[in-house]
Design a protein around this ligand. Structure first.
Ligand code: 5GP
Length: 202
């Protein structure tokens, strides 16, 4: 069996990556999403175990010491980490998995797993990003300003990614993301075993 593909998805908060991802996964439920463990407070509407496991700093540090994270980062004062076990299991079983992580985490994953495919979700303009963040209304002005500064830093890292998806129109952005994923499944490197098997029976 071929190993599955690991897709790294990044983009500044407000780029709309959550919405694109949700739509893409609805259409392709076979693609698994890595559930990050994080220490920030739960926002209104968030559900434990859906996108994140909300754990304490002590728990996070204990798991970190036991090398249970594929990557981790501190973002706006909180820990965010990708549990290693589910990713390794999914890929070993031939499944595709998406890790939605920030640029620091993406760098760590690429170093450990260079075959991972990285995709950066961009807002169509900085103005749009600013409006999306301010209109969210779930955070203080100070936190929004911090997130905007982070966004500039993250966008500067977009050059290092394999693909870029511009989220201007949601449907098109979803289509673009899925195109990358489906295209990577057809890559010759992922299908050599299949060719071997056909030839073996010739
Ligand atoms: P938010 O607090 O808005 O949900 O996420 C803040 C940032 O943390 C986003 O850029 C998101 O992609 C990133 N993030 C979410 N989970 C992880 C993770 O497990 N590791 C890393 N490095 N970043 C993550």
């Amino acid at each position: 069996m071929n190993k599955g593909n690991l897709f790294i998805l990044s983009g500044p908060s407000g780029s709309g990556k959550d919405t694109i991802l949700k739509k893409a996964l609805e259409r392709h439920p076979e693609i698994k999403l890595s559930i990050s463990s994080i220490t920030r407070d739960m926002r209104v509407g968030e559900v434990e175990g859906e996108k994140y496991h909300f754990i304490s700093r002590a728990e996070f540090e204990e798991q970190l010491a036991r090398d249970m994270f594929l990557e981790h980062n501190v973002f706006v004062g909180n820990y965010y980490g990708t549990p290693r076990g589910p990713v390794e299991e999914c890929l070993a079983n031939g499944g595709d998995m998406i890790v939605e992580i920030d640029v620091n985490g993406a760098k760590q994953v690429k170093q450990k797993m260079p075959e991972a495919i990285s995709i950066f979700i961009m807002p169509p303009s900085f103005e749009v990003l600013k409006n999306r963040l301010s209109n969210r209304g779930t955070e203080s002005e100070e936190l929004v300003a911090k997130r905007l500064n982070e966004a500039i830093r993250e966008i500067k890292c977009a050059y290092n990614y394999d693909y870029i998806v511009i989220n201007d129109k949601l449907e098109e952005a979803t289509e673009d993301l899925l195109s990358v994923i489906l295209c990577e499944r057809l890559h010759i490197e992922k299908n050599k075993k299949f060719i071997d098997e056909v030839l073996e029976k010739c």
